[in-house]
Design a protein around this ligand. Structure first.
Ligand SMILES: Nc1nc2c(ncn2[C@@H]2O[C@H](COP(=O)(O)OP(=O)(O)OP(=O)(O)O)[C@@H](O)[C@H]2O)c(=O)[nH]1
Ligand SMILES: [Mg+2]
Ligand SMILES: [Zn+2]
Length: 307
């Protein structure tokens, strides 16, 4: 029997079978994935084969080939990777300018990862109701920056009544992975789109101005007008995926475009003669925040080399 994995707690899974039943399943201990070493053999969004036994227990016995997936390494040094979701059409990174503040390096590392896995990414700036004039300005400048690179964005407040209407066209008919730091409002956005309080939401710690890691497992929810939203636990950082130094620049579209004018094909834009990227940073064609994020990912591949 074939089924779609709609919830993953790490050790057990909830699947939706082709004939519409919801079953809790476990994975046969000897099932291994070829090629990727991951902490979770099965991810939300996977199409799996399920064996229902006469004692009522259900087992995942195989995984259909994945159309795509997106992987996160918890830290740069950890060798274990975690599949966030499989078979997705796009990923929406939920970003907040304040309460909590999302770092641009986090945004850029996420976007570079999505590029590496060829998953289209959009930015959803949430909590616009909390912004003062400064925050508003920061929001507009970030939206302009990312639009210039080719990333579309929406800005809204998940708590306002029109949130669902603003988000519906973005999500309609697609499977979308929601990601972002804890407390940015992923579960709140999901509830707004579903029109009911399905997912538990948490508060923001007054002491640290950060989320409390309320969502603890990944779950996908069917949307009223078709498509799925995948709510995931908030993440702190984004370790880089395996990439060579030369590849890092490929995942920053604006750096990649300009790098074609570098004198050397393998230019890393760190002071090589004839580099076209560094002057573009100096004259503001490439944002300094983006170049900083590029350098931070480049630094990771140093660590990778020496570990
Ligand atoms: N003011 C304001 N608060 C919001 C908005 N969206 C979410 N919140 C609040 O932010 C807090 C955290 O929201 P959650 O939806 O739990 O955040 P999350 O991203 O799912 O967090 P984790 O599950 O921990 O990763 C809750 O108190 C929400 O009510 C918004 O647009 N404006
Ligand atoms: Mg949540
Ligand atoms: Zn260069």
């Amino acid at each position: 029997m074939n089924a779609l994995v709609i919830r993953s707690t790490g050790s057990s899974f909830v699947v939706l079978t082709d004939d519409g039943q919801t079953l809790e399943c476990h994975v046969k201990g000897n099932m291994r994935l070829r090629g990727i070493r991951t902490t979770n053999p099965v991810a939300v969004g996977d199409c799996v084969n399920v064996l229902l036994q006469s004692d009522g227990t259900a087992w995942i016995t195989g995984i259909e080939p994945r159309r795509n997936y997106i992987i996160r390494r918890a830290t740069n040094l950890s060798k274990e990777a975690h599949i966030l979701a499989a078979n997705i059409d796009q990923t929406a990174l939920i970003v907040t300018i304040a309460h909590p503040a999302t770092a641009t390096t986090f945004i850029d590392r996420f976007l570079a990862t999505a590029e590496a896995y060829r998953v289209p990414a959009v930015l959803v700036f949430n909590k616009t109701d909390l912004l003062d004039a400064d925050g508003q300005e920061k929001l507009e400048s970030l939206r302009r920056l990312y639009a210039g690179i080719g990333y579309s964005s929406v800005a809204l407040s998940a708590l306002q009544p029109d949130a669902a209407q603003q988000l519906a066209p973005l999500f309609a008919g697609k499977t979308t992975l929601l990601s972002g730091n804890s407390g940015v409002g992923k579960s709140t956005l999901l509830n707004a789109v579903l029109g009911e309080q399905r997912a538990r939401t948490g508060s923001i710690s007054a002491a640290h101005d950060k989320g409390m890691h309320t969502t603890t497992f990944s779950e996908m929810y069917p949307l009223p007008d078709g498509g799925w939203l995948i709510d995931t636990p908030g993440i702190k950082g984004f370790g880089s995926v395996e990439m060579t130094k030369e590849e890092v620049g490929h995942y920053f579209p604006e750096i990649f475009r300009i790098s074609r004018n570098c004198r050397f094909g393998n230019c890393l834009h760190t002071g090589e003669p004839g580099c076209a990227v560094m002057p573009a940073v100096t004259d503001g064609q490439i944002a300094l925040s983006r170049f900083d994020s590029y350098l931070s990912l480049l630094g990771d591949s140093d660590e990778a080399k020496y570990r």
